[in-house]
Design a protein around this ligand. Structure first.
Ligand code: MN
Length: 243
């Protein structure tokens, strides 16, 4: 079987939820559909105990997506919680940080979405705003609670010398937005490649890597509205195929 015909296996991290007496691992179907439509084989990755070996997953994968979800625990980046902090799962944070480090060690392609961009930054030594509305002066609306996921909400300005620009080809693009946290102190290995007009970081990447990219908007939710948003998943699977 030639490389072009092989399965391109893209890991998708999951979150943990409780419904009454039962515990579940879940992920929004948009991620699964976007990876599949882009030609990848979606592989769901549950949160395992923090002492589990992440390389056992990474050796089976060509790339990995760090998905959205709950807030990152401030304990992970050395802060105490403020009262605006939402639900956290520190077990998931620690497991995903070890997955991220293993992915880089094993030269896999990486895409972080929403919580995922923040997770990547924390894994590299950066911090996040626990709540942009009280900690980032002038932050405008980034969390329209009753809006559908596939809704345009604000613009981002994209650096033309970036992977994100090469993917979408737009200097100013409209995106959805469902977050009240964002990157605060940028970790040294990353470059900021997109911001909203209020200064919030909406895109970062590792310029020293082929494809280690994070976006604050939910790219996985937009293809039902406009299929051109699938481009980030097509670029991910194409980069994974070349590894
Ligand atoms: Mn936003």
């Amino acid at each position: 079987m030639s490389k072009a015909e092989q399965n391109i296996k893209i890991g998708i991290t999951m979150f943990r939820g409780r419904e009454e007496t039962r515990r579940y691992s879940k992920v929004q179907e948009n991620y699964i559909e976007s990876v599949y439509k882009a030609g990848g084989l979606p592989i769901l990755i549950p949160t395992l105990p923090t002492d589990a070996d992440p390389s056992r997953y990474l050796q089976e994968l060509d790339g990995i997506i760090f998905t959205g979800g709950e807030d990152i625990s401030p304990l992970v980046y050395g802060e105490e919680p403020i009262k605006e902090l939402g639900h956290t799962d520190i077990n998931r944070d620690k497991w995903e940080i070890s997955l991220y480090r293993a992915a880089l060690d094993m030269k896999k392609v990486v895409l972080g979405i929403c919580r995922g961009i923040q997770l990547m930054n924390v894994a590299e030594g950066g911090t996040v705003y626990q709540d942009i509305y009280v900690q980032h002066k002038g932050a405008f609306g980034h969390l329209p609670r009753t809006q559908a996921m596939e809704s345009y909400h604000h613009h981002i300005n994209v650096d033309t010398d970036s992977l994100l620009y090469r993917i979408y080809g737009q200097e100013k693009m409209v995106v959805n937005s469902f977050h009240h946290q964002a990157i605060k102190n940028l970790a040294a290995p990353f470059s900021v490649t997109a911001r909203s007009a209020d200064g919030i970081i909406e895109g970062v990447e590792r310029e020293d890597k082929d494809f280690v990219l994070g976006v604050q908007f939910h790219a996985e939710a937009l293809p039902p509205l406009d299929s051109s948003y699938l481009a980030i998943f097509e670029a991910l699977t194409a980069a994974a195929r070349k590894q």
